[in-house]
Write a protein that binds this ligand. Structure first.
Ligand SMILES: Nc1ncnc2c1ncn2[C@@H]1O[C@H](COP(=O)(O)OP(=O)(O)OP(=O)(O)O)[C@@H](O)[C@H]1O
Ligand SMILES: [Mg+2]
Length: 316
């Protein structure tokens, strides 16, 4: 038999029944469980106050957990904390480097803080600054970098310790689309080179563009988890309820691409692709002798959640 290392098969992140109650009594996490596969690009979506930063804070050891467990590549965060920490790179939401230092020095000094000697840190800094498209800015005062450059510098800094798991807490909140795209490009490169990435964001568009898998967190609970594709497919379905006059036929019509069910003797429930023409449904009903008295849309829990997440309600 080939030797098998349990660590090789371990998820990049494994969270089980994680709970966090802050000192003021706020229950920020109410039993969160999730798995992130090695090599994944994973999005954690949720509205304000959902618990995203708390979760990330616990994983990066900035916040103590109340109960539950967290493993990073099979390494338990509580019992083997420093080992687990070495596997993680964190990009915080706020810019927190010294604006009066040069990017090159920021990176080399950061590595030094993690015990990486200067001779090693120098070439590493060059490599990371190049990847972040900042090499030509290596020797400027950081204060003079644009907003997008500052954020790329934060990513380059986090990569100095060669983390296997890179975690970003809303790296693009409040920044314009061009800056976001710049960051996306760098993050894609990092992920393609083998680093697992977890990103928290308010933007569905961002998760959609970058991530393969996602979890949606709301009020401290995971409300949805799975592949991005599956979730988008779900969002593409529209649901209707029809009130029917008279008797329903024993055999309901089959309408290709839709799911039709009788809720009771005078109500039908239909799910259909958003792009489909409702007239096809009306024609099929008529052919089957079904007379519609009224119809209404079913509220879609997931969609309502997304409306809140993406702030479309305010825009509408
Ligand atoms: N240090 C703290 N002490 C007390 N309560 C806190 C603390 N940090 C966060 N909370 C509360 O915990 C809940 C979750 O907050 P958290 O910052 O994790 O949410 P979030 O999803 O990151 O939100 P946002 O999108 O606004 O960043 C909120 O109700 C918040 O007020
Ligand atoms: Mg937050």
């Amino acid at each position: 038999m080939t030797p098998h290392s349990p660590e090789a098969a371990a998820p990049a992140l494994r969270v089980r029944d994680l709970r966090k109650t802050y000192g003021n009594g706020v229950e920020a996490l109410r039993g969160v469980s999730l798995d992130v596969a090695p090599g994944d690009f994973f999005a954690l979506l949720g509205p304000n106050g959902a618990g995203k930063s708390t979760l990330i804070g616990i994983v990066s050891s900035l916040v103590n957990l109340s109960s539950g467990s967290v493993e990073v590549f099979g390494t338990d965060l509580v019992s083997r904390r420093s080992e687990a920490m070495r596997l993680i790179g964190l990009v915080p939401q706020e810019i927190n480097f010294n604006l009066f230092e040069q990017p090159y020095d920021i990176l080399v000094n950061y590595a030094g803080f993690y015990g990486i000697p200067r001779e090693e840190a120098g070439p590493l800094a060059e490599q990371e600054l190049r990847r972040a498209h900042l090499w030509d800015k290596a020797r400027v005062m950081s204060r003079t970098l644009s907003g997008g450059m500052k954020r790329r510098l934060m990513i380059a800094r986090a990569m100095m310790t060669r983390p296997r798991l890179l975690i970003l807490d809303e790296p693009t909140a409040g920044v314009d689309i061009e800056i976001r795209r710049d960051m996306w490009r760098v993050l894609r490169e990092i992920n393609a080179a083998g680093t697992t990435i977890i990103l928290t964001t308010h933007y569905l568009e961002e998760a959609e563009s970058l991530c393969r898998n996602l979890a949606i967190i709301d009020r401290g609970t995971i409300v949805e988890q799975g592949p991005m594709r599956a979730l988008l497919a779900k969002l593409d379905v529209e649901g209707f309820l029809f009130d029917i006059d008279g008797e329903l036929p024993t055999q309901l019509p089959e309408i290709e691409g839709t799911t039709l069910m009788a809720v009771d003797s005078h109500t039908l429930d239909l799910d259909m692709p958003r792009a489909m023409d409702l007239n096809r449904v009306f024609a099929a009903f008529e052919a089957a002798g079904i007379r519609i008295r009224s119809m209404r849309t079913k509220s879609n829990r997931l969609e309502e959640l997304f409306v809140r997440l993406t702030g479309q309600k305010e825009a509408a």
